[in-house]
Design a protein around this ligand. Sequence first.
Ligand code: PRP
Ligand code: URA
Ligand code: MG
Length: 212
Amino acid sequence: MQTLAVDHPLVAHKLTMLRDVTTDSPTFRRLADELVTLLAYEATRDVRVADVTVETPLVPAQGVQLASPKPLVVPILRAGLGMLDGMTRLLPTAEVGFLGMIRDEGTLQAQTYATRLPEDLSGRQCYVLDPMLATGGTLAAAIRLLFERGADDVTAICLLAAPEGLMYMEQAFEGTQAPIRVVTAAIDAHLNEQGFIMPGLGDAGDRLYGVV
Ligand SMILES: O=P(O)(O)OC[C@H]1O[C@H](OP(=O)(O)OP(=O)(O)O)[C@H](O)[C@@H]1O
Ligand SMILES: O=c1cc[nH]c(=O)[nH]1
Ligand SMILES: [Mg+2]
């Protein structure tokens, strides 16, 4: 597994505003959207392209276009939905699948309550969107599901990751041949007793959409 914490002043600036408890929900949504687009630029560095020739007004020119099959973007509901527009802005022709997952706040185990993905993901590059990689249970379960359907290359984009979750992911996918990448705006210090990322930004789903 490869992990990339994107080191860029605009990423750091937007993340700081996201962390701020006084940032209201509309501003939080806008910042999350902008931040994802910046992270997506790094996360798509290995997106597959095919050679193509186009006619300029003057001569033919060699270039590239996104290869087929097109990448699949998978936001993990609920909080991952706040990252979808920022991602598809950069990859407008990608298809979108959905996973609904919730972490039991007592046991910290992830449960899947909705799956809407293509049955066959053979040869597909997948981009999983989830703002928080805490224990890693949710992301690992999501990636296992994608591999079961044949995905051969998975990149997760997270706004924040905890060292404990990254270590859990390393162990969960040790020996896996397929590339797995985690791209994040920052790796925070640790998890607290409730499994929250510290210093973190609180409950990402609640800050995006309110407490339910
Ligand atoms: O790494 P983990 O320990 O598994 O925790 C991370 C998960 O927890 C949050 O979702 P939550 O369960 O709060 O659902 P929500 O998006 O509906 O708020 C977050 O968006 C991740 O999906
Ligand atoms: O810090 C955390 C951990 C899990 N889920 C969140 O929304 N925030
Ligand atoms: Mg939540």
